[in-house]
Design a protein around this ligand. Sequence first.
Ligand code: FO1
Length: 319
Amino acid sequence: MPASSIVTIAGGVGAAKFLRGLAAARADAARGDVAVVNVADDFSLHGLRICPDLDTVSYTLAGLVNPQTGWGRADETWTTRNELERLGGQTWFGLGDKDLALHLYRTQRTADGAGLAQITREITASLDITMNIVPATEAPVETKVSVVGEGEISFQEYFVGRRHDVAVDAVRFSGAADARPAPGVLEAIGDATCVVVAPSNPIVSIGPVLAIPGIREALTERRDVVVAISPIVGGKALKGPADRMLTELGHESTASGVAELYAEFASALVVDTVDASQASDIERLGLECIVTDTIMSDVDVAAALATTTIETISNRGGA
Ligand code: FO1
């Protein structure tokens, strides 16, 4: 076993930026590190299996992500999408040509009988990624979003189709109760010197991972080494609908609101300097509060954030 191993519970863009910083900060040591990635945003379109968070993390770690969007490929071409549009096909979810090749590969490997963990290993190896990228589960888990006055829609219909511009009154993770953590997930959490909960949406990115039986319990057992990073800065989400979603579902859209959600299984919360005044509230909830720059404007800031986050535990003598 490596001298230290960091496990990160990850969603999409925010987690991907953090992981890129972690990989930069740890260099070769990152080989033993594990990212446990949300799969409840996954869906099928054009008969293809699409796993947005796994792909966002992989493209970012490989240095191939589109820097404007934070998802999809840089230097992408759109020939297939444009032709599909001409045909009157579905183009609401933008799939570039290079990205499509990945979905074709994953879909064929699934038809061959390979599991998502194995397929992800193949994809990340092809991208020369050394960190272990692991789906939280190989079972089909799907986030369903209940829109006020309308009822349930799928996650990508909410997020992309409706541009998350509708009020939500409930969220559920279909299939989660019957899912099992993917091979190696519980072992990685059990062996980790530090577990980081990435700055991802607590409801729809971290929530589905916690809903898989065994994962929340494994984190709670390792609470002493679990550090979360608040995705809420100055009351706002840096990207996406986390702030509105928290409020709509009865939580506080603040760093201490995030601390409340995570207090059972995290012993520390990293918050941005603009939220320094919330430190005492967070400590009252039983979490150590670390104040630093959490806005990952470049890889150096992300690496510094990763270092500060891990040191929270190693300074206690844990790593
Ligand atoms: N997000 C969008 O807002 N619009 C899109 O057209 C879109 C396409 C897309 C294609 C591949 C992929 O891996 C991600 C894509 N995303 C798109 C992002 C995705 O919907 C979100 O990042 C996550 O599901 C939320 O974490």
